[in-house]
Design a binder for this molecule. Structure first.
Ligand SMILES: Cc1cc2nc3c(=O)[nH]c(=O)nc-3n(C[C@H](O)[C@H](O)[C@H](O)COP(=O)(O)O)c2cc1C
Length: 201
């Protein structure tokens, strides 16, 4: 059975974004296989920072929310429904200042919601999202994978794990700002890895 796929892109560089190039390659391959794909660009549709008013809206029963609270709660409700409606989550992730883009963090801040995607227990947090697979397409100017400086990978895995998504595969395109030869070879290798992953969907 093919699996519905949610692709989340987060480059601020638009059509020059290398993670967008990885995402576009992924999209083309998925289209060729007739797999249903939803694309959410969290830069084109930037969410505000999470703030206390929005937390308050979540904590207010739906039927008691003011119009403003309804609008605030809708950010998270819409993104949660979208996440739940797909079996595969693909995150195309640039490395900015050694972390994820703040727009992608704002997305995680809406889907990491206690009582919805995880709950607190005596044994620590328990993920409530079952049976999902995640693929990360990571684009980086330098080379960090496997070193202590790659704090992005554990951060992404921890946030996905908090929701219960532990099946995570990562395609790295690294050294993209280390000269044309290096960039071309890294992208070629990443495209091949994407081809192999799409074949498993
Ligand atoms: C604001 C900004 C910050 C960046 N910070 C880093 C960094 O800390 N380490 C790194 O290796 N590359 C860094 N880069 C380079 C990006 O990782 C590289 O351009 C990559 O292609 C980003 O993905 P994108 O092209 O999809 O936006 C940075 C780029 C930008 C625009």
């Amino acid at each position: 059975m093919t699996q519905r796929t949610l692709l989340v892109t987060s480059s601020i560089l638009g059509e020059n974004g290398q993670s967008n190039a990885l995402a576009n390659h992924f999209k083309a391959k998925v289209k060729a296989r007739d797999i249903a794909l939803t694309h959410r660009d969290v830069v084109a549709n930037t969410l505000p920072h999470l703030a206390i008013e929005e937390l308050g809206a979540w904590q207010t029963p739906a039927e008691e929310r003011s119009a403003e609270q309804q609008a605030l709660a809708a950010h998270s409700d819409e993104l949660l429904a979208e996440l739940r409606a797909h079996e595969v989550l693909v995150l195309a992730v640039p490395l900015y200042n050694l972390g994820i883009p703040s727009q992608l963090k704002a997305w995680f801040d809406r889907v990491l919601r206690a009582g919805e995607t995880f709950r607190y227990t005596e044994n620590g947090p328990q993920g409530l999202i079952e049976g999902k697979r995640a693929i990360i397409l990571a684009a980086r100017g330098g080379q960090y994978a496997g070193t202590d400086l790659d704090s992005q990978t554990p951060h992404l895995k921890a946030m996905l794990g908090l929701m219960g998504i532990s099946d995570v595969e990562i395609v790295f395109a690294e050294g993209l700002n280390m000269g044309d030869n290096h960039r071309d070879a890294a992208l070629k290798e990443a495209f091949q890895a994407i081809d192999q992953l799409v074949a498993t969907l």
